[in-house]
Design a protein around this ligand. Sequence first.
Ligand SMILES: [Zn+2]
Length: 78
Amino acid sequence: MRTPHADLHTGTHDPFHLPHESWRRLYGLACVRCRGGRGLRPGGHAYTQHADGGRLGWAVQICADCDHHSKSTDSKAS
Ligand SMILES: [Zn+2]
């Protein structure tokens, strides 16, 4: 299964199947959604599966563009 552009915000990810690029997003080095690096700010958490069956949370970053987009989408939904 290849989902290189997946939004890491959604779901719980298997750390053994994450591409190297996804780790950059988990470490907050790139936008969690678009992999960009402009205007990064704290963007909530992404989760990976842990060996004991739990989840491991990562404080991820989101870029200004995606942050703005998600906020405008939310306001329209409510
Ligand atoms: Zn982005």
